[in-house]
Design a protein around this ligand. Sequence first.
Ligand code: NDP
Length: 293
Amino acid sequence: MTARTIDGKVIAAELRARVAEEVARVKREHQLTPGLAVVLVGNDPASEVYVRSKHTQTQAAGMASFEHKLPADVAQADLLALIAKLNGDPAVHGILVQLPLPKSIHTETIINAIDPAKDVDGLHPNNAGRLAGGFAALSPCTPLGCIILTKSVHASLEGMNAIVIGRSNLVGRPLVQLLLNENATVTIAHSRSKDLPQLCARADLVYAAVGKPEMVRAGWIKPGATVIDVGINRMPLPDGKTRLVGDVAFKEVAEVAGAITPVPGGVGQMTVACLLVNTLRAACAISGLAKPG
Ligand code: NDP
């Protein structure tokens, strides 16, 4: 293996520690305790794991954590009423509704109901539009994490050729905007793109956010490129257990790339850490304090 492995665990731990320091400072100097409310509808086991991890990490950073668990058959009006209450609650600076929601609930209506100033998932159209316009915005956490991981390798992304494979509102599209803000030259690819291997071969930075196990192969990668693997795919093993793999064929790509994130232990670690960053930013902005360092 030639590539340097980008250790998401270590970088996320450092970020959480920096957030905790800033939280302690705003508590001490401004009597402000940033608060995050997480809303979980139903009992999807994966969502329960994510929500538990968000709760633990929020508290560990010194913030207030408010958990709201609603049954899968909750009426949309009741969920909207809870969001309205959280929008008006001065102790809550960030609101995250864990996705996916049950089919009976219209996800877009719920996202649109969140106060954009408290939209720490960065999915409200106000924030998505502001980000696309190059204005200050709360950005989705996973793409923010991707940028931080890339910058652990390259101090500046200016002028670099980047390719983002995947164009979801959660990952691909906001990642493109963040890369543009860093002055990278960005190609965005998706399921209808032609000649993906050739498109990738030009890229100094490759981001795979597709949801297709080990799709990105060594032959696609420019020697020395930085490869950030967002994919989380569960592969069944013969013993009935599962193994997590990314969208990148790690072993073979690591022979060609200059730096690469593993799965697990890469991007996944950054998502919750960036949620804490966004909650702190939202708390400071709502309270009229300067953007935290
Ligand atoms: P979506 O399913 O919403 O989007 C997938 C994207 O990949 C779409 O834009 C789709 O194109 C594109 N795509 C599908 N097949 C191909 C193909 N053969 N070639 C090129 N592009 C293709 O997924 P998400 O963006 O939500 O998530 C992507 C992956 O990242 C998943 O594995 C998910 O689990 C993971 N993830 C990880 C997170 C983390 O914290 N690490 C957080 C969020 C997601 P089209 O638009 O044309 O359909």
